[in-house]
Design a protein. Structure first.
Length: 144
């Protein structure tokens, strides 16, 4: 029986759009997102979804940025920098971290705050994946 005091681990492919609070009408920027997540975003009702292999220096405006399989702190910072340019106030960023990036999640939270993100939430996933969720330009909140 699951422990009610411990949040369930998320499934990186099945729950990601819901955990990132994707809404109908959102403009979505996917970094390292595969075709499955891209199609799922459109079925979810997102107004537009663009999938890129690397974080763009000059991204189009977006309401939600999702980066899958981020493997290093440098890569996470590059995504945060790109997301900061793409998102307006209250825009959402979701990063799935693997390997060294997952182990550096606490340090990445500080970097996200430095890039203007707040309300950072951290969730453990299957196979050592860590999910960081945050908002651009909202009030600074505690890390959960």
């Amino acid at each position: 029986m699951p422990d009610p005091d411990r949040p369930a681990r998320f499934n990186p492919t099945g729950d990601l759009l819901d955990l990132a609070e994707a809404r109908p009408g959102d403009r979505l920027l996917l970094v390292h997102g595969g075709p499955e997540l891209l199609c799922s975003a459109l079925r979810h009702g997102c107004r537009s979804a663009v999938s890129l292999a690397a974080p763009p220096r000059h991204p189009e405006p977006a309401d939600l940025v999702i980066a899958e399989g981020v493997a290093s702190q440098a890569e996470a910072v590059a995504v945060a920098e790109s997301a900061r340019r793409a998102l307006g106030r209250g825009g959402r960023l979701a990063l799935t971290l693997r390997g060294a990036a997952a182990q550096a999640a606490r340090r990445l939270v500080r970097s996200l705050h430095e890039y203007g993100f707040s309300r950072v939430r951290r969730r453990a996933g299957l196979d050592g994946v860590v999910l960081l969720l945050c908002r651009q330009g909202a009030d600074r909140g505690a890390v959960r």
